[in-house]
Design a protein around this ligand. Sequence first.
Ligand code: CUA
Length: 314
Amino acid sequence: MLETINRLILPQVSSTFAADVDGLFTFINVASAIILLGITVAIIYFSIKYRRKSEDDVTPVIRYNTTLELTWTIVPFILILIVFGWGFRGYIDMRTPPSNAYEIYVTANSFFWQFTYPNGVQTTDELYVPAGRPVKLIMQSRDVIHSFFVPDFRVKQDVLPGRYTMAWFQTLGTGEHIIFCTEYCGTGHSQMDAMVYAIEPEEFDAWLREQRELSEQELPLAVLGRNLYQQQGCAGCHSLDGSPGIGPTFQGLYMNERQFTNGTTRIADAEYLRESIVNPAALINVGYNNIMPSYAHLSDDQVAALIEFIKEIE
Ligand code: CUA
């Protein structure tokens, strides 16, 4: 019965500690409901039973009742101890990753997630993990505070600039689960979602090798640029098909005349694109906000690759 209600109101149970979290949640809810019901019934019953029946009804003076006082002190105290003990045990579980956990670095950016695997492979907004194995996330933000939340895993952890925070989980099997940013971080907060793909461990190893080989191949600049467009999170704000986004679309951008909030205009040539990547705050397109972080950390080759890619989006 409780299990059925939980399934209706809670996300699916997909990690080893999710069921325990739900158990505590249900215990608190049921205990609260029983107490609420008991108090409500008592209030109604007493107000009818002891209502003033005639003009000369006198309220008796009751100073104390030891049995009652002890009951309503000890019962809630026991309930609180249960909730504390249960919660503390769950907290310890969540803060203690097994020593054999597979480690993945997570970088939060406005407004996308980057995942870096031990062999150097990087993905954006797609987290692949080996199903049924403990996975430890070592997380950091490149700008403001974000928060990493996978409802199906009951995992939620703030991600801060300038320091690591940690989360871990072990899935119960293969599956796809949504990741939310759950700390309001700016205009693109609502679009800062990603996916976890829990796949069979053998499949995961093969995927990782394949990604490694792909990244070692020499690629034409424009193809490299397309990969960067995905990996660096450009896709979160700049569409390729003219549809409106947080930033201007890349469609037809190259050699197009741009209007800026300082009243000037300029043709979007390669130099303009380079500047907009490295120092985006310098010129803001009319109709947009100054929210893009600098991409000065990209190498010259990477910037060139992005420009070659943008040139091709007509
Ligand atoms: Cu990142 Cu909200």
